[in-house]
Write a protein that binds this ligand. Structure first.
Ligand code: GLU
Length: 543
């Protein structure tokens, strides 16, 4: 471990009386000449992978729900790694304790599982030899590199108090200056540093951004290089006074030690990249390639997805009734065009065909019509067993009683869902569309609805139903013979064909809209058809 046992500190643990002791310990670790006990580069040797293989990672912070844009990024990472014979890592970036949300880590694992994103390293099972894959479990590693940056003159301790920093910030706001560190501690003499440390002053460690340089990189998603003048790069805090790294230090150290060579992340991180590139250079490391993905937008408002309305979180899509594979298909579709112009395709096509260089620079849109269309087509194409599984999985979470009924009549349910399956745009519609087949859920149409087919004449309605039952047809006759018989019944009773068909439909399904009646009757079976008709026609008196 780092230095020796006696130097081991409880990084980030509770403050109070041992606060002074703690900053002394951190100082000792950072400024002593002792070599680190663990040589991280040896612990994590470089990977033996085929030439051109990409090591990618998804590195969410557990600060809330899993954002659907995060899933999109993870799909890109996974595709790059899979196609090239590389590795896809899931790393939890949880060093910002103030933003930590209980249960958020589980939500990340569950969400990725649900969406069908498969990681090679990290994740719930914590597979892989480059772990731990959670930053709060790697704290000593970051101290090692903070120390190295200080030693080489690329970082320095900053003793400014938060009150002092706040004052400067307010002044900058007032004078409309960019919010940047004033540089008070940038060039402190070794003597002053020693004095402050001996006095037990708390400190952070800041990146010493060189003056008068430019940082430039070719972003994978952009046509032109991105350039940054170092005068616009802040002396970023890398290590906090409690020994916890900030995102910037931890992210760079981990990407390097884990062998990541292609980084995808949201474009909101673009301004962090110059700082990261300076750190890679200062540590003598080869920087990965960066691809900053444009954030998802709502189609109508062109705004970023709203957390308030819910569309930003994966849970919303789940609840609305989008099948996981369909959502995954949609997310890949809005950043990639299938070579045959298809909207619905096997995920392998995306893995094989995705090319970041062909990605447009515009924002991918969450077009609800396209999402619905993909979901509908996906569900319609499934084999009966899988379609039922999708419906049951959804219903288990949101309509458990319906799930139970489907499972109880598994074979029948598969058949029912297979009759005009394209009627279902979302899984949440399954009960309304297919529920009537199940005797537990069937409710016949309201009295007025039924009577509207015989112009309010109840006796006539019952006469028609009785004739139908007595000469029962429908099951064994075949479609055309059945239809001809119903037509005859119509002329005999003085009703229009369409009224008889509609009456039967309303009696059997409880609704004006259903799949073709003959198919419905076949699915229900003769006994159930008769039972439903008899229940109406035998109702005593007016019902
Ligand atoms: N932890 C960062 C986040 O929450 C990761 C950014 C990156 O991928 O570098 O999104």
């Amino acid at each position: 471990m780092h230095d020796s046992g006696k130097n081991k500190i409880e990084i980030g643990q509770s403050s109070g009386s041992n606060e002074r002791h703690k900053s002394e310990k951190i100082a000792e670790l950072l400024f002593s000449d002792a070599k680190p006990g663990t040589h991280w580069e040896e612990k994590y040797p470089s990977r033996e992978l085929p030439k051109g293989a990409y090591v990618t990672r998804f590195a969410p912070s557990p600060t809330g729900f899993l954002h659907v844009g995060g899933v999109m990024q993870a799909l890109t990472d996974e595709a790059e790694a899979k196609r090239s014979g590389g590795v896809f890592i899931l790393r939890i970036e949880d060093t910002d304790r103030a933003r930590f949300v209980e249960g958020a880590e589980e939500a990340i694992y569950d969400g990725l599982d649900w969406a069908g994103v498969h990681v090679d390293e990290g994740g719930r099972e914590k597979k892989g030899n480059y772990g731990p894959y959670k930053q709060s479990e790697r704290l000593e590693t970051y101290l090692t590199y903070a120390k190295e940056l200080i030693k080489n003159g690329f970082a320095y301790p900053c003793f400014c108090t938060s009150e002092e920093l706040q004052k400067v910030r307010e002044e900058q706001e007032r004078t409309k200056q960019p919010r940047m560190y004033s540089g008070t501690c940038r060039d402190l003499s070794e003597k002053s540093i020693e004095e402050y440390i001996n006095a037990g002053k708390r400190f952070t460690v800041r990146l010493k951004v060189p003056e008068g340089e430019t940082v430039e990189w070719n972003d994978l998603t952009k046509k032109n290089p991105i350039t940054w003048d170092t005068k616009n790069i802040d002396d970023q805090v890398l290590l906090k006074s409690d020994g916890f790294p900030t995102y910037h230090l931890a992210n760079v150290v981990d990407d390097h030690l884990m062998g990541v060579n292609r980084v995808y992340r949201g474009e909101e991180w673009i301004s962090s990249t110059p700082k990261h590139l300076l750190m890679y250079k200062a540590l003598g490391w080869k920087a990965p390639e960066f691809g900053h993905l444009v954030l998802l937008r709502e189609l109508e408002t062109q705004q970023k997805l709203s957390k308030r309305k819910g569309e930003a979180g994966l849970e919303w899509y789940k609840k609305e009734g989008y099948a996981p594979e369909a959502l995954r298909n949609f997310l890949t579709r809005i950043m990639w065009a299938h070579p045959e112009g298809r909207d619905v395709y096997p995920h392998e096509d995306f893995i094989r065909g995705f090319d970041v260089h062909k990605m447009g620079e515009g924002a991918p849109q969450v077009n609800p019509k396209l999402l619905e269309h993909i979901n509908q087509e996906y569900l319609a194409r499934l084999d009966p067993e899988k379609r039922l599984e999708e419906v049951v999985n959804w219903a288990k979470a949101f309509e458990p009683e319906f799930a139970e009924i489907c499972m109880k009549h598994r074979d029948d349910a598969e058949r029912y869902l297979g009759i005009e399956p394209e009627r279902m745009k979302k899984l949440s519609e399954a009960k309304a569309l297919f529920g009537f087949y199940f005797s537990e859920l069937y409710v016949t149409a309201a009295r007025e609805e039924l009577l509207s087919e015989t112009a309010g004449d109840e006796a006539k309605m019952k006469e028609v139903l009785t004739a139908y039952v007595n000469e029962f047809y429908g099951q064994e006759d075949g479609h055309d013979a059945w239809q001809a018989k119903v037509r005859k019944l119509a002329s005999r009773t003085g009703l229009k064909d369409k009224n008889i068909f509609m009456l039967l439909r309303k009696v059997l399904t409880g609704s004006k809209n259903s799949p073709p009646l003959y198919e419905v009757m076949q699915a229900l079976g003769g006994e159930e058809v008769l039972k439903r008709i008899n229940a109406i026609r035998q109702k005593p008196g007016t019902f």
